[in-house]
Ligand binder design. Structure first.
Ligand code: URA
Length: 242
């Protein structure tokens, strides 16, 4: 027996949180009867419908995309810009990105139809390590960057990096390449941190997500995660619980 919201999330229709809202809103029927109770458990023999459409369990799929710059981390865009799912092979499943990278940020982005897996990885308490490479306008000093580790206040939030390192500087062009490691993923976090210290980010790339990197890949390329990688990511997230 599984909880109703889990069964809906596993079908790839939506996240578990949105599934809960569908249930409470009276959009979900089990064996023809509307159910609004969140704890309800169902067996594989029960017929679950969302807004009259039968729910079936999709085969889970997991992709790693080297997202190029100039692409929206979304499954649709009303302005007709490129979206991350444009770069995936044709699959039947409704695949969505796990978290997001800004339009102008490139790098590792995971995509799946497995709502539970996505929630597990995205949950703030699981703190998957992410490594970014930023090119800054201007050359921050060590003292400027050391503020990242203490935490920087921005729009009422405290933004922290666990590690920061200047990789190179170009004194003529007045730019620097800086590696920043985060265990959190707040909106536009890296760009906001650099804005706060007065050195805006010109280019940003996520080069590592947990143990996954972009080795051997070009921007716009996708590969499926191996079952072993999926298992390791799950273990990594579960181990990181604070
Ligand atoms: N930090 C940012 O500023 N942008 C991203 O896309 C990811 C992290």
């Amino acid at each position: 027996m599984e909880r109703l919201q889990k069964v809906i999330a596993q079908s790839g229709i939506t996240s578990r949180r949105k599934a809960e809202k569908l249930i409470v809103d009276g959009k979900v029927a089990v064996n023809g009867e509307i159910i609004t109770e969140l704890g309800t458990k169902v067996s594989p023999d029960d017929k679950v419908e969302v807004e009259g459409v039968p729910v079936t369990k999709e085969e889970p799929v997991y992709f790693l995309l080297y997202k190029p710059r100039g692409v929206i981390s979304s499954v649709k865009d009303d302005k007709n810009r490129k979206i991350v799912t444009d770069y995936l092979p044709e699959v039947e499943q409704r695949v969505f990105p796990i978290g997001r990278l800004d339009y102008d940020t490139s790098g590792i982005l995971l995509l799946t139809n497995d709502g539970d897996f996505a929630n597990l990885l995205m949950h703030p308490k699981h703190e998957i390590e992410k490594v970014y490479i930023a090119k800054t306008k201007g050359i921050p000093l060590r003292e400027d960057l050391s503020r990242f580790k203490k935490g920087i206040k921005s729009e009422g939030e405290l933004l922290k990096a666990s590690h920061v390192k200047t990789l190179s500087v170009d004194k003529k062009k007045h730019t620097a390449i800086i590696q920043v490691t985060l265990h959190e993923g707040k909106n536009r976090q890296v760009r906001r941190m650099f804005e706060e210290i007065g050195f805006p980010v010109d280019k940003l790339k996520r080069e590592r997500y947990g143990f996954l990197d972009l080795h051997g890949m070009n921007a716009g390329e996708t590969r499926e995660l191996t079952p072993h990688e999926v298992k390791q990511l799950r273990q990594l997230a579960e181990k990181n619980v604070k």
